[in-house]
Structure formats: C-alpha cells, structure tokens
Design a protein. Structure first.
Length: 168
C-alpha cells in the first residue's frame, strides 16, 4: 500500500520566498488574471510544460467560467491536501509570472506510481522566459520542494519538456 501523499502533520506553505519571486496558493480570486496569463502565454506553457494537444482546449481556449471551475477544483483539492498549485509572482511588482503544480503521480501517470510519488511541473510567462530565468526558477522551485516538502528527489517525476541540465 502506498503512503499518504502528504502527512496530516505537514504544514502546507502559504507563502514561499524564492529570491526575486514568491509563491502563493492559487485560488478563485485569481480567475481573471489567471485566464489572461494562460491565454497570452499558451505557446510558452506548452513549450515548457507540455500539453496543448489541441488548440481547442487548455491553455489555448478556456472561458472565464471554465477557468473558475478549474481554480475552484484546485483550491478544494489543496484544502483536502490532495494536490497543490501555486502562482509564481515577482517581488518587484507582484506580477503573475508563472504557475507550479505538485500532483500525486497517480492523477495523470498511474503507470509511474511504482517509481514516483510526485508529478512536478511549472511554467513561466514568455517575457520571463525571454529574460533567461527559466533554469534558475526551475532549480529554486525544485530545491524548495525537496528541502521543504516530505518528498525524496528520486521519487519526484519532472514532467516539464524543458529540464535544466544536471537535473535529469
């Protein structure tokens, strides 16, 4: 039998400082901003994280109502300690610059459950990617996940299409 994804005594981080950035849990309060960031950065998201098998669905096409339902589901799941999604913001001007996903491996990759516990992925907006910050942010978030969550590095599946050298 597999262990629980998150032990009941583990304190879920509510705000995480990561150099020039910080993470906060996603919520329905972010619905309009999240939709705008998603639709304006769909190509960047697909290039970095994967997905986008069809340009007729997330992240290319999503209504405000669909996004609200998605964020409500993510928020509920986090409250139930089932999965966790964080918005990445820059400290300088509080801009939404990315998103981090911490899912139990069985959610999308049940066939990998013998080898991994966690499905980790993230993306950043195109303008941030163009600044060359992708590798740095990837490493900071993964280090935070390893050092502050109850996961062993070898049990974390890195879903992203783009993985910095030395992390595979």
């Amino acid at each position: 039998m597999r262990q629980v994804f998150i032990p009941s005594d583990f304190q879920i981080p509510k705000k995480v400082e990561l150099g020039n950035y910080f993470l906060i849990p996603i919520s329905t309060k972010n619905v309009a901003e999240d939709l705008e960031v998603l639709t304006n950065n769909a190509e960047a998201i697909v290039r970095q994280r994967g997905g986008g098998e069809s340009k007729n669905r997330w992240p290319y096409k999503f209504t405000l109502e669909e996004n609200y339902k998605d964020l409500a589901w993510l928020e509920t799941c986090a409250n139930l300690r089932q999965l966790f999604v964080y918005v990445l913001r820059d400290k300088k001007n509080n801009n939404y610059v990315g998103c981090v996903y911490i899912y139990p491996i069985e959610l999308f990759y049940p066939n990998l459950a013998k080898k991994y516990d966690v499905d980790f992925s993230f993306w950043i907006v195109q303008s941030e990617f163009n600044r060359g910050t992708y590798d740095e942010i990837f490493k900071k978030i993964l280090t935070w996940l390893i050092q502050n969550w109850p996961f062993k590095r070898e049990r974390i599946f890195l879903r992203n299409k783009l993985i910095p050298e030395g992390l595979t």
